[in-house]
Design a protein around this ligand. Structure first.
Ligand SMILES: [Zn+2]
Length: 252
């Protein structure tokens, strides 16, 4: 079955911050990091893990973020619908949206996928609805009318163990990641449970973590998975992203 599962990576926006945002104390020039979205195709359906940023973050090339500024930017053509069409996948053919969590840069493309069911941890739905941080949890992004399947804990998406949703709490109350079994091995799509490879190397959580204890427990699990051979694709890792080729089947 694993040889019939395919993973594609796309960048649907840019996130810019100083190195200290990821690992406190780190210094250096601003880092430009991807806002990834992943397509997983399986004989039983098509799923997206995260959908990137919404078009309302549009900027023109002459209005780019300047060095040192913290923020999000999105340029024409970076939406997930355009990315999918570029590889001949109709956005209306997507069956499942799995959002790692409901922050603006992870569900901004949900609106482009009219026929999908959104799978999210019940804890995260609750967090989004009750949050006072409207700039982080914006209904315009996460509440786009598709059916929602609320889950609690692990979920085997196609029932054969090839695409598993696993809870990775800490960054947000109901954060989840995805483990995809490809012919060459397992890949964990981290989302924001771990921003960069360096975070895991030094086992330091960023300040922007809702629950430090749960976040560290998640890091320990990721570290164990990494040691056992699972390849981790981190949430906003510009350095790692340089090795990722967008829009082609991901090969381990
Ligand atoms: Zn987040």
């Amino acid at each position: 079955m694993t040889d019939q599962v395919t993973l594609y990576a796309f960048n649907c926006g840019w996130f810019q911050c100083n190195p200290g945002y990821f690992v406190e104390g780190d210094e250096g020039p601003s880092m430009r990091s991807p806002v990834p979205s992943y397509l997983i195709t399986h004989p039983k359906g098509r799923a997206l893990f995260d959908t990137g940023m919404g078009v309302r973050f549009r900027r023109e090339m002459d209005n780019k973020l300047v060095e040192g500024e913290l923020g999000l930017e999105w340029f024409e053509g970076m939406d997930i619908a355009t990315r999918l069409k570029a590889i001949d996948v109709d956005p209306a053919s997507i069956d499942w949206i799995v959002n790692s969590h409901l922050h603006i840069d992870h569900c901004g493309g949900n609106a482009h996928l009219p026929n999908a069911t959104v799978i999210i941890q019940a804890l995260e739905i609750e967090a989004a609805r009750t949050s006072e941080q409207r700039y982080l949890y914006t209904p315009e992004d996460y509440d786009t009318g598709q059916p929602v399947k609320a889950i609690a804990g692990e979920h085997d998406l196609f029932g054969d163990g090839t695409v598993r949703i696993v809870p990775t709490y800490g960054h947000s109350p109901g954060h989840q990641s995805m483990i995809v079994k490809l012919a060459g091995g397992e890949v964990l799509l981290a989302g924001d449970c771990c921003y960069t490879e360096r975070n895991l190397d030094v086992m330091v959580l960023p300040k922007a973590t809702t629950d430090m204890e749960l976040g560290m427990e998640t890091y320990r699990r990721l570290d164990a998975l990494r040691k056992s051979g699972t390849r981790i694709l981190f949430g906003h890792d510009g350095k790692q992203w340089k090795q990722v080729t967008e829009g082609v089947p991901f090969v381990l």
